[in-house]
Design a protein around this ligand. Structure first.
Ligand code: FNR
Length: 369
């Protein structure tokens, strides 16, 4: 179907399922075990209702914002998703180029199928990029990778902390990994490919399960980039993260791909904000809180921001957009977000991101509220 027929982010998933290989579909769409968390990520947003304000002259509305000191045309960043070339020959470069044209920030994945330098080379000199890090058992490899990224101008380091072992994605496990499909180029030394285990298992055996809070000072010592912990799931760990001196957290369950029946990021957000606030840790411009998982509409983003998030990460929709239509698909996805932001902010009575306040949502149906 032509790109003109796409009218929302769900449509990209429908098209991707038809056009990508069975193996790519299994790897991208799967989540762990019974995929309960995957479904909950969508459902949590459906339990939050708006309390719109009226008569506020919403002629002009502005949804641009700043994420970790970087300008972004949307309060949305492209979250890291691995192995883009399984689904499209140009892989993650489609994201880099679309992000450039629209002032959106891409988080580069450690396990991207395009090389790190290819993506940075494709970016404009002033285009902000973030890096997602899987920490290698060999810390020298990690140190070199992080310092290279900083030298090349990457603006923030997102350390994935919810994946000491990859979750069992059973759809993916049923598809044996045979080692071609554009995976060949995962970062040098980052991956120790094992066959016969499904794509996810095959590429992830280098990840260090010994990672602990004690390692945070070491990360601080090797880079000046802001450090964000990606995959916080409780108020307890949000507090520890703040006290460890990092610059932010992503409330995330890795798109439902790690611990099944972990809560949605949105549910965690309503637990985390009051806990941080009670200690005087929130609001703090030097500690930003992000949410990801299941975001498919601008209205979802507005809910998370009203409840205290700085911005929101989106994974699969951008992935499905480039698998289906390359760079144009990603640009269209961004355009859809823009149109939805305009309409939803007008109807909600919020002219700027700063006007999104907790009173604009009724989150009482979220259980931790
Ligand atoms: C991911 N995600 C992910 N996260 C990470 O830290 N490192 C990674 O390599 C990957 N790889 C990856 C691959 C695929 C195919 C998916 C779908 C997801 C998780 C990602 O960054 C983000 O947390 C979720 O994708 C957010 O959920 P949605 O937007 O996909 O629902």
């Amino acid at each position: 179907p032509s790109l003109d027929t796409i009218i929302n982010l769900h449509d990209f998933e429908t098209v991707a399922r038809k056009v990508i290989s069975e193996k790519a579909w299994a790897y991208y769409s799967s989540a762990s075990d019974d995929e309960i968390t995957l479904r909950e990520n969508r459902m949590a947003y459906q339990r939050v209702w708006f309390r719109p304000r009226i008569l506020r002259d919403v002629t002009s509305v502005d949804w641009s914002t700043t994420i970790l000191g970087q300008k972004s045309s949307l309060p949305v960043y492209i979250s890291a998703t691995a192995l883009g070339k399984l689904g499209h020959p140009e892989g993650e470069l489609c994201l880099t180029r679309a992000a450039q044209n629209h002032g959106v920030i891409q988080m580069i994945a450690t396990l991207a199928s395009c090389s790190f330098d290819e993506m940075v080379d494709a970016a404009k000199p002033d285009q902000p990029l973030f890096l997602q890090l899987y920490v290698n058992k060999d810390r020298e490899i990690t140190k070199k990778y992080v310092q290279h990224a900083e030298a090349r101008g990457v603006k923030a380091l997102f350390i994935t902390v919810d994946a000491p072992q990859l979750g069992r994605r059973e759809k993916d496990m049923r598809m044996k990994f045979v080692g071609e499909e554009g995976v060949a180029k995962v970062q040098d030394g980052q991956s120790d490919i094992k066959k016969d285990e499904g794509v996810a298992r095959a590429i992830s055996s280098f990840i260090d399960p010994s990672l602990s809070w004690k390692d945070i000072p070491w990360f601080r010592s090797i880079t000046k980039m802001p450090i964000i912990l990606k995959g916080i799931a409780t108020a307890e760990d949000a507090i520890l993260a703040y006290e460890s001196g990092v610059q932010g957290i992503v409330l995330s369950n890795h798109g439902g791909r790690q611990l099944d029946t972990a809560r949605s990021g949105l549910e965690v957000l309503v637990e985390v904000i009051p806990a941080l606030r009670a200690r005087g840790y929130f609001p703090n411009p030097n500690f930003e809180i992000f949410v990801d998982g299941g975001v498919r509409r601008a209205s979802d983003v507005l809910k998370a921001i009203a409840l205290g998030a700085t911005a929101v990460g989106v994974g699969r929709p951008f992935l499905y957009a480039f698998c289906s239509y390359g760079q144009d698909g990603v640009e269209k996805a961004i355009q859809i977000f823009r149109d939805e932001f305009e309409m939803n902010m007008r109807l909600l009575g919020a002219r700027t991101i700063d006007e999104l306040v907790p009173e604009m949502v009724d989150a009482s149906a979220l259980s931790s509220h």
